[in-house]
Design a binder for this molecule. Structure first.
Ligand code: F6P
Length: 319
């Protein structure tokens, strides 16, 4: 009897999810397994919306953003009855292993689901990079997309001598803001992990203006400070024209970077290897090609800490 594995993508899409699906399907077939693709995340699992995947079903997707399996943020799966229906979908198709590619919320859902007895393996994929013990698939691309936007905005900011506030995504995590801010040479970076000090932001701007600086860029992680209010405060104190740019979902789309494709390929392969080796209810974790299995329980209870050294570097360099 061939081992059966189902794979789905869940939560916000992330560039590199397709590369992970490809790696799961191709490694599964290589290891003589039957691999099923579930559409629309946990919603599709509840509805038993699945097809058997072939080598050809994942052709020509390694470079594409989004997810060919589609995704959802399923409310039904947060309930006991939703998860029981999902389990029935797998049982009636004699599938004993599920691979979930997604972010924090999806991993929590997968962990709850694993308690019903189905072996559940997760692959961390979210632009937010907010999962403990690992880098997440999609983060590198999102940072580079945000950085590209910062570079472009810098051109127009310099031309007009304006201050720009650029809001980036990240939910409750400042990783995208911090990385794009350091790489983009932002004057100030506001992240949820550090109480925003608006007085200091304005003082820094004033110091810059005093030494003849033509423009300034402030990166704000979403939800940290209302950007309209910040704009008014800055304009009133500095007398300089200030503009806002909210990058939004453009950070989620687009072609994955090489780093994300490689991470996704390694993690997708590792997920199947772990299933073949009898590992249960783990997440593939890693920062490069060295992937290791970590029990989902540890992931759920771990606390992600931001690299605050990077914040200090940004503070010293941006003057
Ligand atoms: O988790 C990824 C993410 O893009 C967050 O950065 C953001 O807060 C959220 O999803 C937006 O979710 P939605 O696409 O459902 O509006």
């Amino acid at each position: 009897m061939k081992k059966k594995v189902a794979v789905l993508t869940s939560g916000g899409d992330a560039p590199g999810m397709n590369a992970a699906i490809r790696a799961v399907v191709r490694t599964g077939i290589y290891r003589n397994m039957q691999v099923y693709g579930i559409s629309h995340g946990f919603e599709g699992l509840i509805a038993a919306d699945m097809v058997e995947m072939t080598l050809g079903s994942v052709a020509d997707i390694i470079h594409r953003g989004g997810t060919i399996l589609k995704t959802s943020r399923s409310q039904a799966f947060t309930t006991d009855s939703g998860r029981l229906n999902a389990m029935e979908s797998l049982e009636k198709n004699h599938i004993e292993n599920l691979i979930v590619i997604g972010g924090n919320g999806s991993i929590k859902g997968a962990y709850e689901f694993s308690k019903l007895g189905i072996n559940t393996v997760t692959i961390p994929a979210t632009i937010d990079n907010d999962i403990v013990y690992t880098k997440t698939i999609g983060f590198d691309t999102a940072v580079n997309t945000a950085l590209e936007a910062v570079n472009r905005i810098r051109d127009t900011a310099t031309s007009h001598g304006r201050i720009f506030i650029i809001e980036v995504m990240g939910r409750d995590c400042g990783e995208i803001a911090l990385s794009a801010g350091v790489a983009g040479g932002a004057e100030s970076i506001l992240i949820p992990e550090i109480e925003p000090d608006i007085k200091q932001v304005i003082e820094k701007l004033e110091m810059g203006i005093a030494r003849g600086k033509l423009h300034s860029i402030i990166i704000v992680a979403e939800g940290v400070y209302p950007v309209m209010e910040l704009k008014e405060l800055i304009q009133n104190h500095t007398g300089h024209e200030t503009r806002i740019s909210i990058l939004g979902h453009m950070q989620r789309g687009g072609m994955p970077t090489a780093a994300d494709r490689i991470l996704a390929s390694c993690m997708g392969k590792a997920a199947i290897d772990y299933i073949a080796a009898g590992e249960r209810n783990i997440m593939t974790a890693g920062f490069d090609i060295r992937v290791r299995p970590i029990p989902m329980q540890e992931i759920i209870h771990g606390t992600k800490t931001l690299e605050l050294d990077l914040f200090e570097i940004a503070r010293i360099l941006a003057r």
